[in-house]
Design a protein around this ligand. Sequence first.
Ligand code: URA
Length: 213
Amino acid sequence: MQTHVIDHPLVAQKITALRDEQTESPTFRRLVEELVTLLAYEATREVRTQPVVVTTPVADAEGVKLASPKPLVVPILRAGLGMLEGMVRLMPTAEVGFLGMIRDESTLLASTYAERLPDDLSGRQCYVLDPMLATGGTLAAAISFLVARGADHITAICLLAAPEGCARLDRELAELDIPVSVFTAAMDERLDEKGYIVPGLGDAGDRLYGVVG
Ligand code: URA
């Protein structure tokens, strides 16, 4: 697995504002969208295209369009949903599927509770949206799920990552013979005893949508 930490002043400025506990949900949501668009610009460097010719007012011009089958964007519910708008703004013709994963807070194990994806993902490039790569359990489970359906190229976009989560992904996905990469705005220090990223930004879902009791 390849991990890319995006080094750009605008990315650093936006992730700093996201971390700030004073940043309220409406601003937090807008910043997440903007940040995802910036990360997606880097993360889509290998998106598959096919040649196309368009006619300008002056002459024909050779160009490209997104190849078929279209890339599939997969936000992990619930917090990944806050990243969707920023992603599809950059790639409006991508298709979108949904994967609901929940983490048991005592065991920290991830399981699937909802899924709306094509049955056959053969030959598909998938872009998984998950804001916090913490223990790596959710992302490892989501990627394994997509690969089992036939996806042959996986890119995860995460706002923040922890070294423990990256190490787990490396271990659990070592057997996969397809390219898997992670793009993130920052690699933080560590996880705390509850599996939260330190310094992190707290619970991404709660900060996006408020606390659900
Ligand atoms: N999920 C979050 O929302 N925040 C963390 O720090 C870890 C997992």
